[in-house]
Ligand binder design. Structure first.
Ligand code: DQA
Length: 146
């Protein structure tokens, strides 16, 4: 089994962003923990981050045929990234969406999520644990026994 773990704009700067909202953890530390979880579950992972919607789409188009599922934190594209939504839908892969913060309890513009309706699950508000819970959930979804 192979999972694509994708991060959108500004998530490369985790650890330097608003600490009260996102905490101190870096993306490299999150990816290291997911690598360990993947090894234990005997799942392959491929990580990708881009600050550009087109870069994310190119990566998904190039990799979805060799993958079984996608874990994604789309960053602010969550609220307006329609071409990323189309791309994820076109991949027909199960997608688990994660957010460090609870987008529903922040500014109004963060309440709207273009991925609602196309993702298999969404986990948010648990800081970095959202990624780890989301990863476990995705493994459950794609494993033969469901
Ligand atoms: C985020 C929430 C988004 O609204 C924001 O633009 C981000 C991070 C989160 O993980 O909480 O960049 O996706």
């Amino acid at each position: 089994m192979k999972i694509l773990v994708i991060n959108g704009p500004n998530l490369n700067l985790l650890g330097q962003r608003d600490l009260k909202i996102y905490g101190r953890i870096t993306l490299a530390q999150i990816e290291a923990k997911i690598t360990k979880m993947a090894d234990r579950a005997q799942v392959k992972v491929r990580f990708f981050q881009s600050n550009h919607e087109g870069g994310l789409i190119d990566f998904i188009q190039e990799n979805f045929k060799k993958a079984d599922g996608i874990l994604i934190n789309p960053g602010a594209l969550t609220h307006y990234g329609y071409s990323l939504r189309d791309c994820l839908e076109d991949s027909r892969l199960p997608v688990v969406e994660v957010h460090l913060s609870n987008t529903g309890s922040r500014e109004d513009f963060r309440r709207f999520d273009v991925f609602d309706g196309i993702v298999a699950a969404k986990i948010q508000g648990l800081r970095e644990k959202s990624y780890f819970e989301g990863f476990k959930k995705l493994i459950k979804i794609i494993s033969p026994r469901g």
